[in-house]
Ligand binder design. Structure first.
Ligand code: GLU
Length: 300
């Protein structure tokens, strides 16, 4: 249901920063691809989410605000990155101009709630598709395949991958509550206290900088952004040890909207916008490669 900006927001209002995009010109490490303009000819079957959004001319989208290359707020407060470009492309196909998008910060642990409460129409936020999350939301996509990795200080020679954590119980590793990497890393730890969790990744980066933790783990593409943004300070170690297919989270059971998004992702790939978006955002970081759109999964 498009139950946005109503009483349902109250529960997350303190933790969530909602703002309206205004075509930001802030100074950031990445540039957005050209913003798509709304498809004025878009028309949809009455009663569908697509028709509702198209008629309203607005959409509320959850994304990250602290992840370089995927979703990071610029100096104007507007998020930029690959997720933002993917979301804007879908919005345009729904007939919504970039300026009419309301962006809501979607920290990892809040994504299912934001969707289930109707606070957002969709979440595009480095959001791994998995069975547990599918109990509460429907996923379109995947539109990108990431994998979990570990980041350490550039001069660290002790931790070369997850298997070194048990042998070094004094090393603490940071991740984000409600994320898949925070769960996956537990099996590699000497004791549960070796994992330090925060609500957003920026706090882990700060903890790395002030020496509170000696390692950080999440998806490789997110860590690559922090390595690039903090030149010479951090490095990635070891190979990726999980698969993290990124999906677009929407209200559970809205298969028509899911199928529309999957078709739109296909168009984005075919008309070159997908590659263009990547190149302008996460693709700017050293060590990244232009992805091809993965085969989308059936909607359920
Ligand atoms: N892709 C992982 C997840 O959805 C990690 C990145 C994130 O926390 O957004 O949990």
């Amino acid at each position: 249901m498009r139950n946005f900006r109503t009483a349902a927001l109250a529960g997350v209002a303190t933790a969530v920063l909602a703002l309206t995009a205004c075509g930001g010109d802030g100074d950031t490490s990445t540039d957005e691809a050209a913003q798509p303009s709304a498809d004025a000819s878009a028309s949809f079957e009455a009663g569908t989410t697509m028709a509702d959004i198209n008629q309203a001319g607005t959409i509320t989208i959850g994304t990250k605000f602290d992840q370089p290359g995927f979703g990071e707020a610029n100096l104007s407060g507007d998020p930029e990155g690959f997720d933002v470009d993917v979301a804007e492309y879908i919005a345009a196909k729904l007939g919504v101009e970039p300026d009419s998008i309301t962006w809501t910060e979607a920290p990892s642990a809040q994504r299912e709630d934001l969707i289930a409460n109707g606070d957002v129409d969709m979440v595009v936020a480095t959001y791994t598709i998995n069975d547990k999350r599918k109990e509460r939301v429907t996923f379109a996509g995947p539109y990108y395949e990431a994998g979990q990795q570990i980041m350490v200080n550039a001069d660290n020679t002790t931790i070369t991958g997850p298997d070194d954590l048990k042998a070094n119980p004094d090393v603490t590793i940071c991740s984000v509550t409600g994320s898949t990497p925070a769960e996956n890393i537990r099996q590699y730890l000497a004791a549960p206290g070796q994992l330090v969790e925060f609500d957003v990744y920026d706090n882990c980066v700060d903890a790395m900088k002030n020496g509170q933790v000696q390692a950080m783990t999440t998806d490789n593409v997110i860590l690559t952004g922090y390595v690039a943004q903090n030149e010479g300070e951090f490095k990635l170690v070891g190979e990726q040890f999980t698969e993290e297919p990124y999906g677009i989270g929407i209200e559970k059971g809205d298969t028509a909207f899911c199928e529309f998004i999957n078709e739109t992702l296909q168009e984005m790939s075919e008309d070159g916008s997908y590659e263009e978006a990547w190149t302008a955002t996460a693709g700017q970081f050293e060590g990244t490669e232009v992805p091809t759109l993965p085969e989308t999964a059936p909607c359920s």
